[in-house]
Design a binder for this molecule. Sequence first.
Ligand code: COA
Length: 257
Amino acid sequence: MYKTLLTSLENGIFTITINRPDKLNALNRDVMADLNEVTAEIEKNADIKAAIITGSGQKGFVAGADISEFLGLSSSEGVSFAKTGQDIFFKIENCSKPIVAAVNGFALGGGCELAMACHFRIASDNAKFGQPEVNLGLIPGYGGTQRLVQLIGKGRALELLMTGGIIDASIALDYGLVNHVVPQDDLLPKAKMILEQIIAKAPFAISKCITAANAVFAEGNGYDVEIKSFGECFETEDMKEGTTAFLEKRKPQFKGK
Ligand code: COA
């Protein structure tokens, strides 16, 4: 049914595995379309009480948006790229049933943004988090500038955003970016154990917990600023250099243009 996702439903818990392990589960257009569809399925299917999003393989949750799709985008195409992604991630964030990210490896760029759009996060001890878009002459476009500030505070978020730094699971735990860190084999069992507790409660009350908690950070102007700024990055030579350098497996030479 899905081109890029594996799904399984057991005792009301729907496990969604992003399945592009050869590309560390990078979010290309197909994955984003599937994530959009699967979120609608979670809402629609009464047998689904809660969901887990994870990545295929032992190494990657999601290593970002698929950088090969950035090449050649104009500024307005960058705007629409970010808007489309933000809309899908809002659906995950505002889903009336709990969605947990089980982060089993690299959660970088769009991967960190996807994990942050979920209601909470559990990580394996090899997980790594970051928003390295500045290395490409870019900024996050799927809500990362907003949700990272919400989750870990402005100072820590800006340091990560501006250095493009990557943190390991223990620092992510310390920052409050993840709720639990467990060995990789325990990751899905831990997520399921917590979700079993949640789905034993009244579903309406659970959905209202989500609505009320999200209302603290009501969708505001910051997301629009992110979309506009993301688009503007596509007007720069540095962005073309950053993405080309990644694909050519070399260090970028930024010129400030
Ligand atoms: N987009 C497209 N392809 C990606 C990708 C991304 N975001 N992240 C990884 N890949 C691909 C690599 O190009 C490589 O493909 P290839 O085997 O066809 O060459 C494959 O996934 C494996 O990645 P590789 O870089 O060889 O693994 P590694 O262990 O050496 O490094 C990372 C892992 C995560 C550090 C590295 O892949 C990376 O820096 N990825 C980009 C992270 C990023 O900038 N994300 C934000 C994007 S907006």
